[in-house]
Design a protein around this ligand. Sequence first.
Ligand SMILES: [Zn+2]
Length: 59
Amino acid sequence: MGKKEEEFGYNVFIKGNRCYRCGHKWVQRENDKPRICPKCKSPYWDKPKTKFVKEDKRK
Ligand SMILES: [Zn+2]
């Protein structure tokens, strides 16, 4: 387990997920990782938005 500074990504809550794109949180029932966010339908829901900046603090 690595350090998690933000509660995003896969299994960050009790069997729950949070989308990087829209911030939507949901509880998954399946054992498999969801392919897309159920809200914004993004396949990159578990990936950070930026490719170049890892730590992007919004102002
Ligand atoms: Zn989303």
